[in-house]
Design a protein around this ligand. Structure first.
Ligand SMILES: NC(=O)c1ccc[n+]([C@@H]2O[C@H](COP(=O)([O-])OP(=O)(O)OC[C@H]3O[C@@H](n4cnc5c(N)ncnc54)[C@H](OP(=O)(O)O)[C@@H]3O)[C@@H](O)[C@H]2O)c1
Length: 375
């Protein structure tokens, strides 16, 4: 991975830093930039409560990756700012300004990671409020604070229902459709980031992970992200007497793949891209797997771990049991049967090293570790 090229110390304003991805980013970033400081916007009743939430999340994230040295020192350079990305009153902007006064005029970078990740149709308004209005507000805040760059954590699934090769730079405008309001909101938020950049000159990067799983060394994770919700649902199905001893044939096009990426790989690629200098500004990057997994192989190998036997059919749902399974997994179905591949040309051009091979066997310990903890 490339080392820091930003020429020295900076302040960074982060959102979502007590969440799954953000909490794994903050202290490695501060350890990589030993003279820098972070302000982390955290929702809470007051500053002490925000501070407690942040510290707890950073310690949990450190434990999830077996962090041994430097964690407390890095946490000491992370300051919690109590606030909400959708807060139009923006009292927290003044708190950030006051914090900046102690920074000797060093540049301010922004990483906007906060989002509402719900796929439930009933959460549409809340998803749009956080993901679209919140991003608009963060862009405005970045400009008002004189930030030098805006890094936006999006998702590879802004591709919506596009299939085939998905390029990082947007070609052909908006996809014909989206699987849910979350994808659509992230697409619209990306458009806001680009529009703001064009209008104000604010440099930006768009960072698009696929489906994030636990840490590649410990397999642990501190939040139940999308992939694990699928495993959890399969565990619940595997406990139902009617699934016992039955082969459940699910309709899946052959060639479907599953794009999973360990959280520490996402963080390492984010850090390298953010430190790769001006050539990475103005671009989007797929933080996706170099080796997407064949879905049929994953289900073959891993569904027995949940007490299920799942097979593939090219036909529609063949019986009531398959219908039940599909109903339970309906929110995740768009991510399970992908006939697409995320291109990583921009990632390569930035000099990011190829990832180690990630095959079905490499996935197995993530699932067994999760099931062990869930039991
Ligand atoms: N997890 C994945 O597989 C995945 C895949 C692709 C992209 N992403 C993207 O990665 C980013 C982080 O996702 P994650 O998995 O870390 O999700 P997460 O664990 O749910 O974390 C979301 C974070 O956003 C914060 N947040 C939500 N609404 C907020 C608001 N109104 N004001 C301030 N903070 C708010 C949450 O704070 P609270 O604790 O207060 O709710 C939390 O810190 C998101 O942008 C997501 O779209 C995630």
């Amino acid at each position: 991975m490339q080392r820091q090229q930003d020429g020295g110390s900076h302040d960074i304003l982060l959102t979502g830093s007590n969440g799954f991805l953000g909490s794994q980013f903050v202290t490695p970033w501060l350890q990589r930039h030993p003279a820098s400081r972070a302000a982390c916007l955290v929702r809470a009743a007051d500053d002490p409560a925000a501070d407690a939430r942040l510290k707890a999340a950073l310690l949990r994230a450190g434990a999830d990756r077996n962090a041994t040295t430097g964690l407390d020192e890095a946490i000491g350079r992370a300051r919690a700012i109590c606030g909400d990305v959708g807060d139009p009153a923006a009292a927290w902007l003044d708190d950030v300004r006051r914090w900046r006064e102690g920074g000797d005029g060093r540049p301010l970078r922004v990483l906007h990671c906060a989002a509402n990740l719900s796929f439930r149709p009933g959460d549409r308004d809340a998803v749009r409020a956080v993901n679209i209005d919140g991003t608009r507000f963060m862009l405005d805040a970045a400009s008002r604070l004189g930030a030098t760059e805006f890094n936006y954590v999006s998702t590879a699934y802004v591709a919506g229902d596009r299939e085939g090769e998905i390029l990082e730079d947007v070609v052909g405008g908006q996809p014909p459709g989206f699987s849910n309001a979350y994808e659509e909101s992230k697409w619209e938020a990306e458009a806001l980031v680009r529009g703001h950049g064009a209008r104000t000159g604010m440099p930006f990067r768009i960072l698009r992970p696929s489906i994030i799983i636990g840490h590649s060394v410990t397999y642990r994770l501190s939040a139940l992200s999308g992939f694990y919700k699928v495993v959890e649902t399969m565990l619940a199905l595997g406990r139902m007497p009617r699934t016992r001893g039955r082969v459940i044939l699910l309709p899946m096009p052959s060639g479907s793949t599953l794009d999973l990426i360990p959280v520490d790989t996402v963080v390492a690629e984010m850090m390298a891209l953010m430190d790769a200098g001006p050539s990475t500004l103005g671009h989007a990057f797929h933080l996706t797997s170099d080796t997407p997994l064949p879905l049929v192989g994953v289900l073959d190998a891993l569904s027995p771990l949940a007490g299920l036997t799942i097979g593939q059919t090219e036909e529609g749902p063949v019986d009531k049991l398959a219908e039940l399974v599909m109903q339970r997994l309906r929110h995740y179905a768009p991510y399970l049967g992908q006939i697409r591949r995320f291109d990583r040309r921009n990632v390569r051009a930035a000099g990011i090293a190829p990832q180690p091979l990630f095959d079905v066997e490499a996935l197995r310990p993530y699932v067994t570790s999760f099931i062990g903890h869930a039991a």
